[in-house]
Design a protein around this ligand. Structure first.
Ligand code: AP5
Length: 217
């Protein structure tokens, strides 16, 4: 099964993708996490990506699509995956569909998480992430047991550069899922919309219901 998670910055895509991956066994593929890893490792791709991320803009399609398609070739994505932060537009969606079609697969669900702008600003301002394992916390809504330390792996928590107020404003202006992308998945009959402004467990439950019956192994 191949699933895409759609939603504005801060909607909870990363948080929920980790929970859904644990519940379904699907591998979690986040283009944002992949870019951040390149930035951390100082690669050429990371330098290019950072120049866009720091301005709250999308990284160009040719760079993003090439990176995603290479990731899709890994054995752990052979039978299914949960995409978080990809696709951001119809060009990226088509590239993914073409790659999946070559292996006789398709996107089975596109899950759109809806959250108001006011709540998104509050969430991004209070987000902390683990440098080591990428776990996501919120200082008020979902705090770690010990401030600054990841519950899961003991790694150091940090605040993302692109969560600064001026970059958050740019991301919310430029990075909401475009109407034609939502329509793309609606036309294919796979779009499901979930209210993301509920407690974490309720959102997870709503997403699992939207995915529907899970094929047995
Ligand atoms: P990316 O990392 O994908 O960022 P994003 O889409 O802006 O999404 P976020 O990670 O900010 O938010 P999220 O929806 O995952 O929310 P989270 O679960 O963390 O991309 C970063 C950058 O990389 C982009 O700006 C772009 O430049 C580039 N990029 C990435 N993919 C690209 C692509 N395909 N094409 C081009 N460029 C690309 O939750 C947010 C906070 O809210 C957390 O603190 C969490 O604890 C809290 N929270 C979550 N759910 C709830 C809830 N139900 N109640 C209360 N609090 C909650």
């Amino acid at each position: 099964m191949y699933i895409v998670l759609l939603g504005p910055p801060g909607a909870g895509k990363g948080t929920q993708a980790q929970r859904l991956a644990a519940a379904t066994g699907l591998v979690h593929i986040s283009t944002g996490d992949m870019f951040r890893e390149h930035v951390r490792n100082g690669t050429e791709l990371g330098k290019v990506a950072k120049s866009y991320m720091d301005r709250g803009e999308l990284v160009p399609d040719e760079v993003t699509i090439a990176m995603l398609l290479e990731r899709l070739e890994q054995p752990d994505a052979a039978k299914g995956a949960m995409f978080d932060g990809y696709p951001r537009n119809v060009t990226q969606a088509r590239a993914l569909d073409e790659a999946l079609a070559k292996r006789g697969a398709k996107i089975d669900r596109a899950l759109l998480i809806e959250v108001s702008d006011e709540e998104l600003v509050a969430r991004l301002g209070g987000r902390w992430m683990c440098r080591r394992c990428g776990a996501v916390y919120h200082e008020r809504n979902d705090p770690p047991k010990t401030p600054g330390i990841c519950d899961r792996c003991g790694g150091e928590l940090y605040q993302r550069d692109d969560d600064k107020p001026d970059v958050v404003r740019a991301r919310l202006e430029k990075q909401k899922p475009p109407a034609d992308l939502i329509e793309y998945y609606r036309e294919r009959g796979v779009l499901r919309t979930v209210n993301g402004e509920q407690p974490l467990d309720a959102v997870t439950q709503a997403l699992l219901e939207a995915i529907g019956p899970w094929p047995s192994a």
